[in-house]
Design a protein around this ligand. Structure first.
Ligand code: SF4
Length: 312
């Protein structure tokens, strides 16, 4: 099995070195726990359970939120579809597993679990759906590599040349937003397959370089990395050379001690001053461009957010 799964495709494609740096898994956030509960609830609904039974099965802390989700089961759809796509052979197979325990897979197989698969209606095409619980309804574009993966894998597994994918953002009030709906044809799927193969090869090169470095040097490996939206959940964040550069001042303290805390406090204060200046600038002049694709602006809750640039 590849070292990564479908949910990491965006990061791995943009920054292959992230897969070869040391990983640290962080504690599950309350938002992630809520997302897991919502997925469990929707999975049960699609399996024919009564709404009240599906609600009773989720943790009490998230029951009210799940009850607010204004989605009905899609007739004929299959929830939680595990699939493995072989990036080198360019073929896929459905897996008979549950709870994302993918078991033994080939080294070139990438596994993932699609939230919902809607078989093709007569004369139409099948659809893969992903539910995202979020306060950032406008930021769904960053999940398209993951959805492209599911679309390709399910198209190959079902031997079809056309397929749709859909991202449903479920906001904090439980309202669904059907923000992204795209149809892919044979050429689109070929292009996605090529991108996945390239990313997989790049990860292989990075893993080999990291192993080689380990044999030759005791210093931490410092590959070139590519920062972006995909850094948000990167498990290599703490060992990333770009992120660590910010912490040089703290890192130079030989042993963690009380004085380190003072440095951390100063860093936090600088960060808050920087945020306040940015808030002022956005309040007065509108969104600030980050690069050709992204800009900094306020989201619906009035917090700063990195978002895809809007046309002027
Ligand atoms: S945090 Fe660093 S290693 Fe991780 S994706 Fe971002 S740039 Fe790459």
């Amino acid at each position: 099995m590849a070292t990564y799964t479908a949910s990491s495709i965006a990061r791995v494609s943009a920054c292959p070195s992230s897969e070869a740096l040391p990983h640290v898994r962080t504690a599950v956030s309350p938002e992630a726990e809520r997302g897991t509960a919502a997925h469990e609830f929707l999975f049960r609904l699609h399996n024919g359970e009564l709404r009240e039974d599906a609600l009773a099965a989720v943790p009490e802390a998230h029951r009210e939120y799940c009850a607010s989700i204004a989605l009905q089961p899609v007739p004929g759809a299959i929830a939680e579809v595990p699939v493995a796509y072989d990036v080198l052979r360019r073929s896929a197979r459905l897996l008979n597993v549950s709870n994302r325990a993918y078991g033994q897979l080939a080294a070139s197989e990438v596994a993932g679990t699609c939230d919902l698969f809607i078989p093709a209606p007569p004369g139409g095409v099948a659809t893969v759906v992903d539910w995202k619980t979020t306060h950032d309804v406008e930021g769904m574009e960053r999940y398209t590599p993951q959805l492209e993966f599911y679309a390709l894998a399910l198209a190959r597994a079902h031997h079809v040349a056309q397929i749709r994918y859909e991202i449903v953002a479920i906001d904090e009030r439980g309202q669904p937003h059907f923000v992204i709906q795209r149809e892919l044809d044979f050429e689109d799927l070929e292009a996605i397959a090529e991108r996945l193969a390239q990313a997989h090869r790049a990860v292989g090169v990075a893993l080999a370089a990291a192993g080689d470095h380990l044999l030759r040097s005791a210093a931490p490996w410092a590959p070139s990395v590519t920062e972006g939206d995909h850094c948000r959940y990167c498990p290599a964040w703490r060992s990333c050379p770009a992120k660590r550069a910010v912490l040089d001042a703290v890192g130079r303290t030989p042993e963690p001690n009380g004085a380190t805390y003072l440095l951390v406090q100063d860093l936090e204060r600088w960060a808050e001053l920087g945020r306040e200046k940015l808030r002022e600038a956005v309040r007065e002049g509108g969104p600030l461009p980050i690069d050709e694709q992204r800009e900094l602006r306020f989201n619906q809750r009035g917090a700063l957010q990195i978002a895809r640039r809007r046309e002027a």
